[in-house]
Design a protein around this ligand. Structure first.
Ligand SMILES: NC(=O)c1ccc[n+]([C@@H]2O[C@H](COP(=O)([O-])OP(=O)(O)OC[C@H]3O[C@@H](n4cnc5c(N)ncnc54)[C@H](OP(=O)(O)O)[C@@H]3O)[C@@H](O)[C@H]2O)c1
Length: 377
């Protein structure tokens, strides 16, 4: 444990790092971290929200600090809750601890919060400071804030491509473009999202399993966008539907017998209205996912599905694996299909947040840039 900090911003950054440990475990709750410090910013206790339904970060940190919390400062990434949810209100624990000051990263935008936690603390004479280190807290909780703000999950798009931007050779063969280390990272990603989505083109070409191996903290539902229910009964997805959930998103007009057979094999069928191209309305589907409080959705391709996302400007975060290979060939699929844009100034920007070498590949991660965030997405 770090023992002392120079500034409150540093304490908040530490609380944010603690909060990050809960990612994948706490959703649809936000990831929250808390640190109790004395007047010289020496750490008296710390904690984080570890698992959905478990103790909140403030309670953990205050318990760790014990009696020394009296007269101290609680630094917490998110406004303390004041409602009875899975656990009692954190404001009760904060007041009972006798802390003199509470420093908060961001307010809780959830409808049940409504700034009430801060008002209760202020009314009880606790000094409240808000907005310290807010940018890092917002970045960490972007999927949670997005779900609360839009009713839709945060869309991660992932693809592995060659140096010439291809995700498959001309005949459709794509295994494996990326290294084993990169694929391990993809499995980690799958293990902390609520759904893994692919188009039927990918299923027909690759017969993927799409599970996290080894399993992570969450079990993602495997979703196939398949207007006409072409998903094979003998596919790996259907054969394992009893172990890890599979959802077929198909149209109202898909063959009833095929759909019934897939449902009988354990596939969850979501029939919906098509979009204006006659295919699955991804935007509508994301709204359905939001109602289930799915916070993170990983879309793994292929090119057409990623193209639809890019055309709609619905990619919130991209995970790109660049492999040191050249495949060439005009017919080889590019990473992102769809309509595309005709002029470079119109293209969607993603702000790079991470680049690193993974095995022989380069891993690039970027998020929707601030300009894009202000759009309706
Ligand atoms: N390297 C990688 O990271 C990677 C990852 C995945 C796939 N791949 C490769 O990519 C290839 C498959 O890509 P693909 O472009 O042919 O197929 P795809 O994107 O996997 O699937 C496209 C199909 O999905 C269905 N779909 C339903 N709703 C859609 C919507 N709103 N937008 C787009 N598609 C929708 C459509 O078929 P219906 O009209 O019949 O519904 C469409 O033809 C394979 O060769 C695979 O190996 C590579």
């Amino acid at each position: 444990m770090i023992e002392a900090f120079e500034t409150l911003e540093e304490v908040m950054l530490h609380a944010t790092l603690l909060a990050g440990r809960g990612q994948g475990h706490v959703e649809p709750n936000p990831a929250v971290g808390a640190v109790v410090v004395d007047d010289r910013l020496r750490v008296l206790g710390e904690g984080w929200h570890r698992v959905f339904g478990g103790a909140h970060a403030e309670v953990e940190a205050l318990e760790a600090a014990g009696e020394s919390a009296r007269g101290a400062t609680l630094v917490v990434t998110l406004e303390p809750c004041h409602h009875h949810g899975q656990t009692p209100p954190c404001t009760d624990a904060v007041l009972a601890s006798g802390v003199r000051r509470v420093v908060v990263g961001i307010e809780d935008p959830s409808p049940h919060a409504d700034g009430g936690g801060l008002s209760i603390l202020r009314a009880a004479g606790v000094e409240v400071e808000i907005g310290v280190g807010a940018e890092a807290v917002e970045r960490l909780n972007a999927p949670f804030l997005h779900l609360v703000g839009t009713g839709r999950p945060w869309i991660h798009a992932k693809w592995a491509m060659t140096l010439d931007g291809r995700i498959a050779a001309a005949g459709g063969h794509s295994q494996w473009i990326s290294s084993e280390d990169s694929r391990r990272l993809v499995h980690e990603l799958r293990g902390r999202v609520d759904a893994v989505v692919v188009g039927i083109g990918t299923v027909l070409a690759d017969d993927p399993l799409l599970t996290a191996r080894p399993p992570g903290p969450r079990i993602a539902t495997r979703v196939v966008l398949d207007t006409n229910a072409r998903l094979g009964l003998d596919s790996q997805l259907v054969r394992t539907a009893g172990e890890v959930p599979v959802m077929l998103a198909c149209s109202e007009t898909a063959d009833t017998e095929r759909v019934a057979a897939l449902a009988a094999a354990g596939v969850d069928v979501a029939r919906g209205c098509p979009d204006d191209t006659g295919r699955i309305d991804i935007r509508g589907l994301m709204g359905e996912f939001g109602l289930r409080r799915w916070t993170n959705v990983l879309v793994e391709g292929g090119s057409e599905v990623l193209g639809t996302l890019a055309d709609g400007r619905w990619i919130d975060e991209a995970h790109v694996f660049l492999a040191p290979k050249l495949v060439g060939g005009r017919a080889a699929l590019g990473a992102v299909g769809g309509e595309g844009l005709s002029r470079i100034p119109e293209v969607a920007d993603l702000a790079c947040v991470e680049t690193r070498r993974v095995g022989d590949d380069v891993y690039w991660r970027g998020v929707r840039s601030r300009l894009e965030e202000s759009s309706d997405c």
